[in-house]
Design a protein. Sequence first.
Length: 447
Amino acid sequence: MTTQQQQAPALTSEPDQSASPGAAKDSARDTSHSASRHCIVVGAGVIGLCTAIALQRQGVQVTLVDRLGIGEGCSKGNAGHFATEQVFPLAQASLLPQLPRMLLDPLGALRISPGYMFRAIPWFMRFLANMRPAVFKRNTASLRALNEGALAAWERLVSQSNCRELLIRHGSLLTFESPSLSTARAIQAMYQSQEVEVELLERDALDALQPGLHGNITHALHFTQVGHTSSPYQLSQALYRHACELGVTFMQAEVIRIDAHNEKVQLVTDLGLLTADSLVVCTGAFSKSLCQGLGYQVPLDTERGYHYMVSSEHMPLMPITSYEKKFILTPMSDGLRLAGTVEFAGLAQAPNYVRADRLRQLGESIWPELRDDKHDADKRWMGFRPTLPDSLPVIGKAPGHDRVFFNFGHQHLGLTLAAFSAELLADELLGNTPAVSLRPYSIARFN
């Protein structure tokens, strides 16, 4: 446990309101909703941190619990892109013709580990079912509803947390290496049909906006209303400091079992029994077993993603994604992060860092100036994206459990949607009407 982390004051349902001046201030704004006096948020990644802040700011005393610490996992190693343009679910019919070629390349953008193939079949069957036109259209509308509120929610949160410098609004690029503009124009039209602001830049205009790109790049789509952070990990740490100022307490413990059948919610942890009025599960790719313990069979799997850190004397202004090579590079405070790839291999297999090394090989095709000068321990990373077959997260109350709530499964958009989904979840828990209906994101859709 780091020096910044706070130990929860007691393993009881009545938290110590003297934990900080913010706790006493917020506790005065009590509410009649029975689940809102003391809430345990399980998971201290960016989703859990945002959720804890949103609840604490509305008068709920929050205890944050995580087995690892603050901002570890995907919240530490993601691409840092607030990808609000990504309003389309991953289950797109246009992906089908590409799948054989992608799966035959062991270092390609998509890989299913041979030892995991059988276990992945049920998930992929659901994934394929979500490609049906009517289902795809419905899921697009639901994903778009979240993305449209995402950046405004982040603007509010970084302002409240005094870390505005960690949200950078320079847009992003999707680059193409083909001399034909037809594919880019079709993709532009697809995004514009969903009111995503995007402009097509040919090479001269592209050089004026972003010098330093590889000569093979012929044109790009510029998404103007998106952003990135210079450090996902530092963003999580800034959110945690703000949470502590508000009165949130933290316990580093592993949750073994949840009992939600009584008037209180009880958590069995490796440090003892925790009791609270309500619970929010924000444990990302590790949420499936906790849901099973509550009687919910959730088709949650993990897309294992990798990153590779390099340096560059001149840094790009914004995240840049290669359409052909399916990876992204993002300027960070500690270097240039090359990220991407999807690997289905479950939670137990060791990382296959050859996939991270492949990102290094691809990097120069976008940014020729990169230098591979980082220490081995600092440049390779693997994390678990929590992904559901319809590309929608699970947000809201657990049917049949009035005191249990969920906020997980945000696939590639965990960072993007963290602040807004936290606001929506807090409203749901407090008995208010969320700004977006949570019905499409209910866990009940799988049962």
